[in-house]
Write a new protein. Sequence first.
Lengths: 249, 286, 347
Amino acid sequence: MPILQTTGLEKRFGGIVATNNVNLSVEKGARHALIGPNGAGKTTFINLLTGVLKPSSGRIALEGKDITDTSPHERVRLGMARTFQINQLFLDLTPLESVGLVVSERLGAGADWWRVVGTKSSVTEEIVEVIERFHLTDVMFDRVAVLPYGKQRLLEIALAFACRPHVLLLDEPAAGVPEAERHELLATIEALPQDVTVLLIEHDMDIVFSFADRISVLVNGALFVDGAPEEVAKDPRVKAVYLGEELDA
Amino acid sequence: MLTILFDGVAYGMLLFVLACGLSVTLGLMNFINLAHGAFAMAGGYCTVILVNRFGVPFALGLPLAFLVTALLGGLFERTLYIHVYARPHLDQVLFTIGLVFMAVAAVDYTMGSSQQFVQIPEALTGQINVFGIGMGKYRLLIIAICGLLTIALQLILTKTRFGSRLRAAVDDQRVARGLGINVGAVFGLTFAFGSGLAGLGGALGAEILGLDPTFPLKYMIYFLIVVTVGGTSSITGPFFASILLGIGDVAGKYYVPKLGAFVIYAIMIVVLIWRPQGLFARAAAK
Amino acid sequence: MANPALTSHVSDYLKRRARWSPLEIAFWIFAFATIWLFPSKHLILKDTAILALFAMSLDLILGYAGILSLGHAAFFGLAGYFAGLVAKYGFITEPVLALVAAGLVAAALGFVTSFLVLRGSDLTRLMVTLGVSLMLGEVANRYSNITGGADGLQGVEIEPVLGRFRFDLYGHNGYVYCLIVLFVCFVVARRVVYSPFGLSLRSVKGNSLRASAIGIPVKWRLVGIYTFAAGLAGIAGALLTQTTAFCSLDVFSLDRSADLLLVLIIGGTGYLYGGLIGAVIYKFLQDYIANLTPQYWQFWIGLVLVTIVLIGRERMRAWIETARSALENLWPRGFARPAKFAAPDGK
């Protein structure tokens, strides 16, 4: 049973069909990439998966459970987390506080109004673990707004990871990251545990082909091609769609 | 009951003329101008001074109120408001409340705190009988003037180039600018015009609404209700909202006098629960 | 697994941050000292304490949760009338009990209206909150046989607090009572603000999209803080009624809500002391101006508002930061700052 599955997922904005009858299956433990030209509707699709947008029709199932009508924060509790293409961070908080929020929430301590932050050792331990894993130790007390972009991007992923998701949706994680800081970012993504299923949206084909074990191609909101990387790389239709982009791994 | 309907419509149309400037300002620049009522007050007092003290005929007093207030609006916009456009809503609210306080106190100081009455011409006093309904002549005049203004506004918006520039700028400021539309000028003119209309409304309404220094505070809430319920993406929205509110208020005060404005607030809250973006808004609120 | 040294360092840092700073302790010592330092000013100090509590409660929703409200007076007024009525008709004669009950009533109203506030834009929120407040005013006016209408609630007699401390015309016991209540409420609010709940509020205000994307039930957090803030506002309102033995319709007015915003803009939002400091400055400003021009003080208040906004709160915050840094350089130990942790691998 696939861990994430959409059936006939559609999203219409007035006359525009942003997501067109998408039937996507993601297997447990997969490293699944979603690619497609600009404007193909990849981010819309992620927004549908996470509940930020309501579909016009179709169903979404997470671990066999229908989540089409579940609210975004509930989906996080059920095991799905995402990152944003453009950083969505808490600029006035510190990385420590940001990660702290996620961990507290997950461990059911997020609504505690009677005790000071930091007084629950189980929470604190886990926060530190995540901070260390994502190489944020040296900046954890600084305001997010003043962090270099690479660190912000790492934090972006750290927040989603701290949700301990079963399915992690990464929306162009390497976008805008300068060459010098890319290596750290990519190594961190590579080091994600095997039991976390990853659905990755990316433009950078080097990353896609080194990372993914399955690729789906989205064009004009519809699923175009879906298969193993070698098949997709050889498919002439995909080359035609990308027109001139390098597809050799 | 028909008299109540008639009075309510007159009241509603007056509210519309008063409030439509506010609606456009909010829709255009996403600017909450709580001082709008102060411009209406200015127009009212202007007419009072001109007609009562200088013997200017009423028919001239009205357009003069419009002009003076429009100029005042334009001046304030260029010198003061322009600094506050980009600020968060809280700052805009505080700024305009501050202006209202200053205006109210200034008028109290210069004109005294008692209610002012405009000397309306003989011809407009009393009622005429139309199909057995007693219609106040003054209220008939209000309906006539406001009705004409509404039609004129709708025509300007839909048939003129300025109108289409304005609608473009309301829809999406950035794109409008990108198309070469001078959004700043459009806004300045619109703000002045809207303030002028408010002034005209204040002058017209002095007789019915009561003109004293607390006018902006008393009626600001009504204008805001019109704008919130009617939405900011059209003229028709606030128009129907005003009529609804006008009839609701008059009927409410007649049938359940002790509860006074309760009816209006209840209507507003119910509408906003049902449709937070207002009854007629198309786009999502900013 | 987490580095245990780092973990305890982080834990210490977080706990240290929430500790009362010397400046805070000095503030409250001075606040209580005013009881003996300014015996002739107890009436105005009492009013200041009430206003401070009221403003602090608004700061919780405005500064921490980002909800723009012009109708906070609804909770103030409802609890005020409640406290007056239960005293007048003898339902609850012990003032502290009545105070708590009034706070709960206001919190209940807060809970019910919080759902209205969650929807729509800033303007919608402004209007709905204002509408509720004005509506309550109309209702109070309608049932003037109970509430006294425009004349206000008459014939209220307040029993001595805890059976011993009677309120007098000079406000002595009244001030002590209000100050203690303010302090207790402040301590609770401070705990909430430094708690995980409080932190989640700040995240909602900063980026509610991301907040829900990390599993925070945004709606319920906002309902929670709104209810709590309403309760505190209600306590402030009840304090006013109890110490003046009077309550009138102007508790629901737009003026009162607007004055509150002014207090917060003077004092600053988002750090809990803004309402307190702002209330002190506002009250003394009001007193000073009212002595100069009793009739037109509204003009000067308006001018202050306009000026503050034109200068810009950001610029003012920058000035305060400069002053704060200067103070810090003079007295480093007074301002706790986290030490940077040197990780063993030197990263």
